[in-house]
Design a protein around this ligand. Structure first.
Ligand code: BGC
Length: 892
């Protein structure tokens, strides 16, 4: 029997304390009969006591829409709670489905005037450029008796990072709140339900506060301190609603006190130093302590908008036990967690008072030592001094995180007892949506490594790496990784939040910083192609993967300003041929100390990106019904494409930079003019890859495109050779070297086990893992045909000796999956199409795709001709000779 399930609003995982006044609802339908579709839906809404609308209403709508549909006529008011249930009618049935489970939605503080509290600070003006300690703020207040309380909420944010405690218990489970946004423009607040934690009568509220991103050191080249201000302060509003519906803001501003936290020093890069002898006891003993009065800083001093979160918070996601523990000759303990993570250690031990353990972290070992050189200016050392409790002490750092697989603890008290040290994985708590596997374990391991690099680099915003003195929102990295990110996790909320910061930090002339939030640390401020283009590419990707036009509508101005900016740089010629560029960053041919020195002309890259961004912008204008803009940007795109052809392409189809990256850009961004040019360029691309011996010769720009480029000219088997190569440089080389995440450089670790001498060498960058998007779409064959997967395209390209491959995705409409197996000369495919969706299945030798309606389907077709693509030149079988049939498998 069909059911309505999975209710969500906007892109929230849990719609609590949201900032949207008119949140749109989405649901999925499960257990429907094959081929059934929704013809109507009904919503039943109960509005809270603060509502301007009738407390209860229901609407029935004749529509097949189940995504992002409007719910309310009158928008939510601040704090308002509503519950929504949905049911629907399928086909012509008179009987609706049962009502879904109710979804509760609660608004945060939607108007600036809702904030009655001010910031309070233990450290209002500290200009030192050094690592500082943390503070505890506390306030004691009386609450009305609990039987009168309907609900209690804390709305909080900070200049710094904070944790809240109430009456001895932790409030919420978020880490490093409020996260990192462009604090000068947008400061996120969090909403907490503290109803159950309030005590009758006396209550003690504490806030731990440390520098974090706001005042701590950020950035490379020595980094910068006090990036957003010299104060450290918290803004906290406690509201109690009694059963009669009256909301009272508890007046706390003048009663905040503070004391130094037992954290003597802490920084995101530096690590944390905690002395448990200084732990602050809970009330009533805490009254005896020396508390100083906190300084009140009026909200009006800080112009940043207070905004509700768009995505999930950062949390401790899981704990890993070490796969090995070793006593080092020095006496210290070495742990290998078997996985490179972003996070921290947690331990339990009995130690004498005053005894200090030192925790050091590294991604890899070199010469059998923790390799700390790649961390550069991020020492990543934690220290804990025992209070001496005979029953033992448990600790994990509160306000820092590290990128590591290995850790050493010096001075461990006594013998090591199994289970006493764990690694805590910390990142944005997004829901996993996409999975992929094949018959090739090395390829699957690579995919798993990409998933880990995504996890480790989505710590509140999309970053380049989690370990060294960067951890910055590099725009180019997420520009190329966006499609993969959208498949693997429900990351839209996290990414739209960050896109708002991109828009906020865009210069008056439309320039986009190369990383966002921007930190002034000596890096060129001019936007690089492929990096600044995130302003257009990422909103477009998110629209394609979610079907949410509002993302385009919100970002349209930012997208437009970027394309206008570049058009102005080209002085209307369309040729971007001047100024700063990063080019095909990290081309393996570039010397370690000159990562931008690629073989591909940097202005070829720039002009190609300009043309593509203008095309995508014109498409976005089309989606939004902005016809004049569409025509305008089509013209700009045409001009850029003409300039590209004039400057970089011979009439016959050869490119000025005779490189894989140049040709891939021309093919995938559809910049060539004629079929003949495509044929010549494609053949040349195949030649280049063959001549290289199927190793990688592309950097950040070419790598995400080359497999698609090869597939587009019928050379999928060449793409497989490249993809399955294990020699350096290749995607799988790192896997053969024991990698558990994707590396920044193809050879971050050299074949002899030494670390690349370049000073920029991370073992956890997702960019080069962007190719998994190709694997999902082309190897398994699960692709979207219409935005939001309303229609899916199934077009697997078996090859590379794989005997099976599968992908599944929780699309907005429910789970879709494709899995195929070679069975003799046939390909056996199982397909699951969600309700409300149709699938176009490309069957070899057939002119039109076969259309499948929702449900499960088993299909068989001849494998030998699994593609109608022309045969590429025969290639040598360089890999996996033992696995399945030797390549080439597709044709010929
Ligand atoms: C970052 C990159 C980034 C690049 C561009 C590096 O330091 O880690 O991933 O895109 O700089 O300059």
């Amino acid at each position: 029997m069909a059911r309505v399930t999975g209710l969500t609003v906007e892109h929230h995982r849990v719609p609590f304390g949201i900032g949207e006044r008119s949140p749109r609802l989405s649901w999925t339908i499960v257990d429907a009969a094959p081929g059934q579709t929704q013809t109507a839906y009904e919503l039943r809404v109960v509005r809270g006591p603060l509502s301007p609308e009738p407390a209860k209403f229901s609407v029935k709508v004749t529509s097949g829409a189940s995504q992002l549909v409007p719910v309310l006529v009158t928008p939510l008011s601040s704090r308002e709670q509503i519950t929504i249930e949905a049911r629907c009618w399928l086909d012509d049935s008179d009987e609706p489905t049962p009502w879904s489970e109710a979804l509760t939605v609660e608004a945060g503080l939607l108007d600036p005037t809702d904030w009655k509290s001010d910031f309070v600070s233990p450290s209002p003006d500290d200009r030192r450029a050094e690592v500082r300690g943390a503070h505890v703020l506390r306030t004691v207040f009386d609450a009305v008796p609990s039987d009168q309380i309907a609900r209690a909420r804390i709305y909080a944010t900070a200049h710094g990072v904070y944790d809240i405690e109430l009456n001895g218990g932790r409030v919420g489970d978020q880490l490093l709140a409020p996260g990192w946004t462009s604090y000068t423009h947008r400061l996120r607040y969090q909403t907490y339900d503290v109803t159950a934690q309030l005590a009758d009568g006396r209550n003690e509220l504490r806030v731990w506060l440390a520098d974090g991103w706001y005042r701590g050191k950020l950035g490379f080249n020595g980094g910068r301190w006090n990036n957003y201000g010299t104060d450290l302060s918290v803004l906290l509003q406690l509201e109690i609603t009694t059963h009669d519906g009256v909301v009272a803001v508890v007046d706390l501003d003048d009663v905040w006190q503070h004391a130094p936290a037992p954290i003597a020093s802490v920084g995101l890069y530096e690590g944390e130093e905690h002395d448990a002898r200084d732990d602050i006891p809970w009330s009533p003993d805490s009254d005896a302590l020396e508390w100083a009065a906190a300084v009140r800083l009026p909200r009006s001093l800080f112009p940043a908008a207070l905004v509700a979160p768009d995505g999930p918070p950062v949390r401790a996601i899981e704990e890993l036990a070490p796969v090995s523990v070793e006593r080092r000759p020095s006496g210290g303990l070495r742990f290998d967690f078997g996985q490179n993570i972003s996070g921290k250690l947690a331990f339990t031990a009995v130690g004498p008072a005053g005894h200090t353990v030192v925790l050091r972290h590294a991604e890899v070992l070199e010469d059998d030592e923790l390799a700390s050189r790649p961390l550069r200016g991020a020492p990543s050392v934690d220290r804990y001094t025992f209070a001496g409790h005979p029953e033992g002490e448990s600790w994990t750092p509160r306000f820092t995180f590290h990128g590591f697989r290995y850790a050493e603890i010096d001075n461990w008290p006594g013998d090591y007892a199994e289970g006493s040290v764990r690694a805590v994985v910390v990142h944005s708590d997004m829901e996993r949506t996409g999975y992929f596997e094949t018959s090739n374990p090395t390829l699957d391991k690579f995919h798993e490594n990409v998933v880990w690099s995504m996890r480790d680099n989505f710590l509140d915003l999309p970053t380049d790496c989690p370990q060294r003195d960067e951890r910055l929102g590099w725009t180019g990295d997420i520009q190329v990784f966006g499609p993969a990110a959208a498949f693997l996790y429900r990351s839209t909320g996290t990414l739209i939040s960050w896109m708002r910061d991109v828009a906020a930090e865009q210069a008056a002339d439309g320039a986009v910083p190369n990383f966002v939030p921007w930190i002034e640390c000596g890096f060129p401020a001019d936007s690089a192609a492929g990096w600044g283009d995130v302003a257009v590419f990422l909103p477009w990707t998110l629209y394609e993967r979610t079907g949410d036009r509002a993302i385009l509508a919100t970002q349209f101005d930012s997208m437009r300003r970027w394309v206008d900016h570049v058009a102005a740089l080209t002085r209307g010629t369309g040729l971007w041929n001047k100024g700063f560029q990063l080019g095909d960053w990290l081309d393996p041919a570039a010397p370690p100390e000159r990562p931008d020195d690629s073989r591909t002309d940097r202005y070829l890259v720039a002009t190609a990106y300009h043309a593509r961004s203008a095309v995508l912008l014109a498409r976005a204008a089309g989606v939004l019904g902005k016809d004049a803009e569409r025509t305008h940007y089509e013209k700009i795109a045409g001009r850029a494409r003409a300039a590209f052809l004039r400057e970089f392409v011979s009439p016959s189809g050869r490119l000025v930079s005779d490189t894989e990256t140049a040709i891939s850009l021309a093919l995938v961004f559809e910049l060539l003019d004629t079929e003949e040019q495509r044929r010549v360029a494609g053949a040349r691309l195949v030649d280049l890859v063959e001549d290289s011996g199927y190793v990688i010769r592309t950097g950040f720009i070419g790598t995400p495109l080359i497999c698609d480029a090869l597939a587009s000219v019928g050379a999928t088997d060449v793409a497989y050779h490249l993809l399955l190569q294990t020699k350096n440089p290749s995607w799988l080389y790192a896997v053969t070297m024991g990698a558990t995440t994707v590396w920044e450089r193809w050879d971050s670790m050299l074949p002899d086990g030494s670390i690349n001498p370049g000073e920029m060498t991370s073992f956890n960058h997702y960019s080069l893992g962007a190719v998994v998007d190709f694997m999902h779409r082309r190897i398994a064959g699960l692709d979207f045909a219409e935005p939001g997967y309303r229609r899916i395209r199934v077009d697997p390209h078996p090859g590379g000796g794989l005997t099976s491959a599968a992908a599944r995705l929780a699309t907005p409409y429910g789970e879709a999956s494709v899995s195929w197996r070679r069975e003799g000369r046939e390909l056996a495919m199982s397909l699951v199409v969600p309700t409300g969706v149709e699938a176009d299945v490309v069957v070899p030798g057939e002119v039109r795709p076969r259309v499948f309606r929702s449900g499960s389907h088993d299909i068989r077709f001849p494998a030998r001709s699994a593609t109608t693509d022309p045969a590429p030149k025969r290639v040598r079988n360089l890999h996996n000779p033992d696995e399945g049939e030797p390549a080439p498998l597709l044709a010929g």
